[in-house]
Every structure is written in structure tokens, then in C-alpha cells.
Design a protein around this ligand. Sequence first.
Ligand SMILES: *Cc1c(COP(=O)(O)O)cnc(C)c1O
Length: 296
Amino acid sequence: GDEVITTPVTFIATTEAITRVGATPVFVDIDPDDYCMDVNQVEARITERTKAILPVHLFGHPADMDGLRALCNKHSLLMVEDCAQAIGATWKGEPAGSLSEAGTFSFFPSKNLGGYGDGGMVVTSDEDLADHLRFLRVHGSPDKTRYTMEGQNSRLDELQAAMLRVKLAHLETWNALRREHALYYCRGFAYLAREGRIELPTEKPGAKSVYHLFIVRVDDRDGLHAHLNARGISSAVYYRIPMHLQPVYETLGFPAGSFPQAERVCSRFLALPLYPELTTEQLDRVLGAVSEFLSA
Ligand SMILES: *Cc1c(COP(=O)(O)O)cnc(C)c1O
């Protein structure tokens, strides 16, 4: 019966974490400017069953942590941050994952800090919670003989850890390059944005994104996707169907129309190439191809 408030624009791992402990996801609409949960809509969804808020720092953009913290304090709720796409992102200088009870990270190969297989991490400043998580990770045993609870096999594979340690030293540089490239795109697309042909990501005051993806919103998303494909430029559609409209969550009772912003952006999202090694020449080629399509 417990409820956890989260966003419908995310990867299913977010909601799986809620249902796996027997709780029910309760969605709120998003702020289209940074794609994160709209803090102004959260309070109306809080009931006596609400136990936690689970913001997702989507595409590398930190959610409005001041607003969420205030709500958690006012209503005695826990908060867990889904930082899978936001390693290194900051809110008023504080790293994503450090502004709640716990932050969760993914080392899936495509993430900003990606391994060569699966892996992940939980961070917390709460010693008791840290101990609890250490037990859960290895089947609930503090010493391999006594089992004080049931856990699971959630070790970080040592080969993955070895490779991630090497890559970790480069993360800050890579994230800075991602930001540079994203801002280059934003400058290049500024005139199209002024004409209303493209919508660009924006950062809330205090938010510093690590641009896990560079997402634009356009009317003819599938047309632009095909146009770029034909020119040998890869782009990708993420979250074509928001979580509340997924068949698996039909029973939660959020029919089409429940979250207009989420539904609108999911029909308009396109991810353009963004990775640290991109050259100015490549960025210009993407800018040119997108402009060609949108100016036609
Ligand atoms: C990648 C990702 C996860 C975690 O996925 P895993 O497969 O468990 O590594 C969780 N939430 C979001 C938003 C993600 O993008």
C-alpha cells in the first residue's frame, strides 16, 4: 500500500525499484524544460500512504532538489535519487546523489561512466543504511555464515570495477567536454529555437547538467530521425511511450491525457550525437543536417 512519487518519463528500472518492494508508483508530470519531475505538481499527489519521492535526474539534468527537499521535510518523506544518467551533475554545487537519503548509479556501458558490462552503485551518508546495503548486496550476510536477512547477488564484478577505476579518473574531463558540446549545439540552434522550430534543453538556476544525452524536441521527430539516418548521422528516440502508458502499468490507472507535458515531449524527443570525443567538424555536420531539415 505504500506509495512512491516519481516521473513517468524514465527508464523502467526506476519503477521496478518501487514495485519490487511492494510499493506503488505514483506519477507526476514533468517540466518540459529540463525533462525532470515538475516539483509544483508533487504536493497534490501526496497521501497518507506516500513514503518516498524518487526523482530521476534525466539526461544528466539535476531535478529541482530544493523544492523536493522542502516537500520531503514538510511531509516526513524519504527521498532516493535515480542518478543513473547524472554521475557528476550538481545542484548548487552539491553532487547528484548527495542530496537525499541515497543516490543510485548505473555503470551500464552507455552511461557517462560506463563499464564493459553491467554494474552499479548506491551512495549514502547514512552509516546504518550503508551497512544494510552491504548485506543486501551479498545475500544478506554480514560474515558469510550468519544470515540476518535475505539479500541478493549484487556484487560489482571485479573486472568491471578494475576498468571503471581507470575510467573514473577521466570522468570530470569527459563530462566537461559533454557540456561544451551541448552548449555548442545550443548556440548553433539558437536561431531555430527563436523561430519555434526546435526546443532545446535548459538548466534551472543552480543546476549543472552532465548531458548524458543531448535531447531536442521537434514537431516531426520521426522525420528528422530519418533525415539524419539518411545522412549517416545516428540519432535515437528514447521513451517513445511514457511509463504511465506502458501496458505493464495500465492497472495503475493513469490513462492517456493524465500527464500532458510528459506525453507531448515523448512524441517529440530526439537524441543527437553527444560524446566527449566529438570534433567541431562533426558537431557542425550535425548542426547543418538538422538545420537543413528544419529550415525546409
Ligand atoms: C540506466 C538507467 C537505470 C539503471 O539501469 P540498470 O540496467 O539497472 O543499470 C535506472 N534509471 C535510469 C533513468 C537509467 O537510465
